[in-house]
Design a protein. Structure first.
Length: 285
């Protein structure tokens, strides 16, 4: 089974790109192609991608990760797609798990684990983002007793191309990198389709290692929340989910509890700021 790995990229550092590249070369499943879709980067390090299975597609103008992912899917040569991000690292068995899973399932969400190096990055990872942090996906998003979930994170997503097209791909109206994957998962559930969660389909994500970067990220997530609500209407279930996941964060963080609790508070405050910012942006348009 050939798998098309699709990677949106914008100003990706040489270090991050090298980690992703080497992790793909070390896959136990070697029948794949990699399509890196560059979103008008100011700099790039793609010269290192010497393996002929890798190619770079450059977008004509900056449009965000959703457009890049959709473009990568258009160019793919396989019926089996795997989406990840340019600052991620695949475990050696990840594509093997994708190949096995897509023989039976239409869409699979994997487990994303944050690789932490610093105390602050570890505390952020206890919040469970992106894709699970160091809590595990099933401690941030609900997984039922049969192993199915109603959520995805696009840094570790396997899906059949025909089904991806049937679901009308990612919504490109989200102006920020955040929310389009949530909206996509809700479209899947609305069609009474199932998302299988495979904890063995592992992707590692870099940490959020500084406070300023963390706060900027929360503002972006808040802006994305505005568009989630705009597209879905009622979002009350999300608030209940976050209360549950934040409780899991606090329980797991043990002696880091005070710092993790403060980060949860800052997350709520700055996401609210981002939401209000996007309200004003939309009123001015």
């Amino acid at each position: 089974m050939k798998i098309s790995v699709i990677v949106p990229s914008y100003n990706t550092s040489e270090e991050h790109l090298s980690v992703l590249y080497q992790s793909l070369l070390c896959q136990t499943h070697q029948e794949f192609e990699v399509i890196v879709v560059d979103d008008c980067s100011q700099f790039d390090s793609y010269e290192m991608l010497q393996d002929p299975r890798f190619r770079v597609e450059r977008m004509p103008q900056n449009g965000g990760p959703a457009k890049c992912r959709n473009r990568g899917a258009e160019l793919s040569e396989s019926e089996f797609l795997f989406f990840t991000d340019s600052d991620c690292e695949l475990a050696p068995e990840t594509l093997s798990q994708v190949a096995k899973g897509l023989e039976k399932e239409k869409v699979i969400m994997g487990n994303t684990i944050t690789k932490t190096k610093t105390f602050f990055g570890t505390c952020v990872a206890y919040l469970g983002f992106p894709g699970g942090g160091i809590l595990g996906f099933d401690k941030v998003w609900r997984v039922d007793e049969h192993g199915y979930t109603d959520s995805i994170s696009s840094c570790n997503l396997a899906i059949r191309k025909g089904f991806f097209d049937e679901m009308e791909r990612f919504n490109t109206n989200f102006p920020v990198p955040g929310g389009e994957d949530t909206y996509f998962s809700k479209k899947i559930v609305a069609k009474s389709e199932k998302i299988w969660y495979n904890r063995e389909q592992v992707v590692y994500h870099v940490e959020r290692g500084d406070l300023k970067g963390f706060l900027r990220w929360q503002i972006t997530r808040g802006r994305g929340n505005y568009h989630i609500k705009k597209n879905l209407g009622s979002v009350g279930s999300f608030y209940k989910l976050r209360l549950w996941s934040f409780w899991n964060s606090l329980k797991a963080s043990t002696w880091r509890f005070p710092v993790v609790g403060m980060l949860i508070l800052l997350s709520v405050i700055y996401q609210s700021k981002g939401y209000k910012m996007e309200v004003k942006n939309q009123e001015c348009e």
